[in-house]
Design a protein around this ligand. Structure first.
Ligand code: AMP
Length: 187
């Protein structure tokens, strides 16, 4: 059973690292951003609800995200562990995750915090070309990160669950640091 959270600002490389790490750990990579983008392109009721928030770089309301994660963690492939990418993103989401995990008898093994400076992120995000990556939206997403998501660093640090990883190094160096950090948990 391996339960991980990959945490970090938009553009820190969470998606890339999560894809590699989920292979290494043999657990599903659960990205709330990917789930929302899929819902938006399918125009499902969830997608219709989420679209405006994604377009503006705002967070989708907590209860919508929490319901979605509840459903996702109940699926068959998530019973032996998972790697969460992009969730939780607010303190209420972190509390809701705690309650959910208690109810399904699971615990978080580690929260990997990919830390990267804002200037670096802006350059990286502008080069990425995703639909929600215009400069205004990127700046808003960074602001939202600092206001609503960064407080979670202290939340998990206080519980001794946080491991910092320097996300500004080249991809393979970041991957090696992450592998080093999770190795003791794989034994
Ligand atoms: P991401 O790909 O993780 O950067 O997420 C893209 C967008 O999806 C975000 O800008 C939010 O609008 C939405 N989103 C993803 N995860 C969450 C979450 N945990 N809480 C609220 N909104 C989210």
């Amino acid at each position: 059973m391996a339960c991980f959270i990959l945490f970090g600002p938009p553009g820190a490389g969470k998606g890339t690292q999560a894809a590699l790490l989920s292979g290494l750990l043999s657990v599903p990579h659960i990205s709330t951003g990917d789930l929302f983008r899929a819902a938006v392109s399918e125009k499902s009721p969830l997608g219709v609800k989420a679209q405006g928030y994604l377009d503006r770089g705002e967070l989708v309301p907590d209860e919508v995200v929490i319901d979605m994660i509840h459903v996702r963690l109940a699926q068959e492939d998530a019973q032996k562990g998972w790697l969460l990418d992009g969730f939780p993103r607010t303190v209420p989401q972190a509390h809701a995750l705690d309650a959910l995990l208690t109810s399904i008898d699971q615990t978080i093994d580690v929260v990997l915090n990919l830390s990267v400076s804002d200037e670096f992120l802006l350059d990286r995000l502008l080069g990425r070309g995703r639909k929600d990556d215009t400069e205004d939206v990127i700046r808003r997403r960074l602001q939202v990160y600092h206001e609503q998501t960064a407080p979670l660093i202290q939340f998990y640090r206080d519980r001794n669950q946080l491991t910092d990883v320097d996300g500004s190094s080249p991809v393979e160096v970041v991957t090696a640091s992450i592998e080093e950090a999770v190795k003791p948990l794989l034994a």
